[in-house]
Write a protein that binds this ligand. Structure first.
Ligand code: GLC
Length: 458
């Protein structure tokens, strides 16, 4: 009797464990396969984020509809007037490429609900505006032609769809349970769930191979939304089926599902170290703006300077991550002059220094970063890069590097940097037996952030 009960319990437990296991896997692949699938992205390191939508017209934040609690009717004027007559995605693609970016991710639909692509499931789309064309189609073509990876951002949140239930992030958000019940009486999230799945299917079917999907975002908790609201499990299953090579961000609230996401997305935040999940270093990409908001914001003046932008890129790579740097095109379809200038400056630096970025990652632990510098490392070429954020005066000590370095040069002009004992009494005293000294020229080279390339001993 007892043993029968035991067998029963064992069977139920086994079934349970199996179902949890099956549930928790949306993609079966080995860690090696995953690494290979993501290799192009990991090596690329630098991409362009593009936030574009009707909000470019009010030009005061992509959340303007929420911030000013506008209704659909009040927001309609932007739809009626939308006509980006200067839109030329080829120019954007060339700008991205010249800046050194290797891929781009564009908002196909942001929280406002307006679709930049032609969708069967809505009238709220560019093809119904004065402009009349599918912006995404032209965009994909142009970016592909320039050899860039293409990614689609798709907002899970939707402030226009009549069935999307009003929540704390919605322009018509409320305070109490009662109020929400009243507001959502005639809204059916099930219908919206279908809508979003249909649209993601369109995006991943009608535009050829798509390299990245960037879903945004979940906010579990009171008056929030999470995976069951989006139908995330079914959604990601479909995404994987339609585009088996695709790379997926982590905002559909499926952190505990293998294959539910591929990389994590610290936003406007510099991670203190390589992010860890379940004890392992994970792929990551920080997304950052030039000036604070994502959409075009005419009167925003908090623009980062060129050095800060380069540091963002270098620091990300030094911790094993990517940078997705955002532009918010204007209502006419052009890139703001401030963004254009910044991209040009980054491109100037990348032209001479990109070997310290592409294919690079965190330096091996046996190398410590000298003061005011950031290290990156290319494991294939066994070269170490020292980025000098603050140009030192002549004698530059590399602590613990003795016996590890074959040759040293500046990256931008391949000019040798002599490894030699310092001549002055005081700096000689500072050097211990495990250290080496580089003799740098007095003048800072004409490069925003000079890079020393060390060819290491095998
Ligand atoms: C946030 C914001 C959004 C932006 C995104 C980019 O989730 O809601 O406006 O698109 O971050 O990461």
């Amino acid at each position: 009797m007892k043993s029968i009960r035991f067998i029963k319990i064992a069977i139920i437990a086994a079934l349970f464990i199996q179902s949890v296991h099956v549930n928790a896997q949306l993609l079966v692949e080995t860690p090696e396969h995953k690494e290979k699938r993501m290799q192009w992205w990991t090596e690329a390191r630098f991409g362009m984020f593009i936030h574009w939508g009707l909000y470019a017209m009010p030009a005061r934040h992509e959340w303007v509809k929420k911030i000013e609690r506008m209704t659909n009717e009040e927001y309609q004027k932007y739809f009626d007037l939308f006509n980006p007559d200067l839109y030329n995605p080829r120019e954007w693609a060339i700008m991205a490429k010249n800046a050194g970016m290797k891929y781009a991710v564009i908002t196909t639909k942001h929280h406002e609900g307006f679709c930049l692509f032609d969708s069967k499931y809505t009238d709220y789309k560019t093809t119904n505006t004065v402009y009349g064309k599918d912006l995404i189609k032209e965009w994909v073509q142009a970016f592909r032609d320039e050899g860039l990876g293409v990614g689609f951002y798709y907002s899970l949140i939707d402030w226009h769809h009549p069935d999307y239930t009003i929540d704390s992030r919605h322009p018509q958000s409320a305070e109490t349970d009662e109020e929400y019940k009243k507001l959502n009486k005639n809204r059916d999230m099930g219908k919206y769930r279908k809508y979003l799945k249909n649209q993601v299917r369109e995006l991943l079917t009608n535009y050829g191979k798509i390299d990245i999907i960037w879903l945004d975002y979940s906010f579990p908790g009171e008056f929030g939304k999470s995976r069951d609201d989006w139908g995330s499990v079914e959604l990601i299953k479909m995404v994987r089926e339609l585009q088996p090579e695709i790379i997926i961000n982590d905002r559909a609230d499926l952190k505990d599902y293998a294959g539910g996401w591929d990389f994590t997305t610290p936003e406007q935040y510099i991670v203190p170290e390589w992010p860890i999940f379940e004890g392992k270093k994970i792929p990551w990409e920080t997304c950052q703006t030039f000036s604070g908001s994502w959409g075009y914001y005419r009167d925003e003046y908090t623009w980062k300077d060129n050095k800060q932008l380069l540091v963002l890129l270098i620091e990300s790579v030094s911790k094993g991550g990517n940078l997705l740097l955002n532009v918010g095109p204007t209502g006419r379809g052009t890139i703001d002059y401030r963004a254009e200038n910044a991209l040009n400056a980054m491109g100037e630096w990348m032209k001479y220094n990109s070997s310290s970025i592409y294919g690079c990652t965190q330096a091996p632990e046996s190398f410590s970063a000298p003061d005011n510098s950031l290290l990156t490392y290319n494991p294939k070429t066994n070269r170490l890069y020292i980025h000098l954020l603050d140009y030192p005066l002549q004698n530059f000590t590399l602590k613990g590097y003795k016996g590890k370095v074959k040759y040293a040069q500046f990256l931008h002009d391949a000019s040798e940097i002599k490894i030699s004992a310092p001549s002055s009494y005081w700096s000689k005293k500072q050097l211990s037996e495990n250290d080496i000294n580089l003799s740098l020229p007095v003048n800072k080279p004409p490069v925003e952030i000079p890079v020393i390339e060390l060819i290491l001993n095998d």
